[in-house]
Design a binder for this molecule. Structure first.
Ligand SMILES: [Zn+2]
Length: 234
């Protein structure tokens, strides 16, 4: 391979390297990024905790309701059983019975509200669980595909690295420095094809002595007068 052929090959290797290295980084990022899955799990856990809290609250309320109902029945028995004759005592019982009825009505309303809230939360827990499972399954499938792509990319990058080193070792230091500089400043495209004595990147005419160099077979390179890239005969 002469110098210009080596540089053409090196440019191809570098271009592929740039593309695959970027995709490799993206794949690695995706594989280590568990944020969305973690966030979804946290949201589901919070929802389940709320549902449990509502159920506990409902159970407490039902206990209080049962105990007040029991007390209410007792008061009614005392009140209408005829066993108590003192008007003052009867008046107290009447008042207590009234208060109990009022409190019981209040608790029953709260209970209905809690049941409805609790049912709603349970339904959301079910839906949330199904959604999370579906998301996790899709995520795992995607991750498996991503892991495979990641390994393929890594293997190819290793090959490219080896080839790149071999190619660079055969390019003289001055031309290599020029190549690297152009790669850096010309958007990763250090070479320009020349056709019929014209640069195909910037369309500037190439002088004859440079065109001869660009045709290859020499240990030298020529750069375009317009865009500054290393020319090769296309
Ligand atoms: Zn040019």
């Amino acid at each position: 391979m002469d110098l210009i052929q080596t540089l053409i090959r090196l440019a191809l290797v570098d271009e592929e390297w740039d593309d695959k290295a970027r995709r490799y980084q993206e794949a690695r990022q995706r594989l280590t990024d568990l944020r969305e899955l973690e966030e979804r799990k946290t949201r589901q856990e919070a929802l389940e905790a709320s549902a449990r809290a509502a159920r506990t609250q409902l159970a407490d309320l039902e206990l209080e309701l049962a105990s007040l109902q029991e007390r209410s029945r007792q008061v009614e028995r005392d009140l209408y059983g005829g066993g108590i004759g003192s008007p003052r005592e009867l008046e107290n019982l009447r008042r207590e019975s009234e208060q109990l009825r009022h409190r019981l009505a209040q608790l029953e309303d709260e209970g209905l509200e809690l049941i409805s809230r609790s049912d709603d939360l349970d339904a959301r827990v079910q839906t949330g669980r199904a959604d999370l499972e579906a998301f996790q399954a899709a995520w795992e499938a995607e991750t498996a595909a991503m892991r495979e792509a990641y390994q393929t990319l890594r293997a190819r990058l290793q090959e490219l690295q080896g080839e790149r080193e071999r190619l660079r070792a055969s390019v003289p230091a001055r031309e290599l420095a020029l190549y690297d500089e152009l790669r850096r400043t010309k958007g990763g495209r250090p070479l320009a094809p020349m056709r019929d004595g014209v640069c195909q990147v910037c369309h500037v005419v190439v002088p004859r002595h440079k065109a001869l160099v660009a045709e290859g077979g020499q240990d030298a390179v020529a750069t375009c007068e317009g865009c500054g890239r290393i020319l090769y005969q296309a």
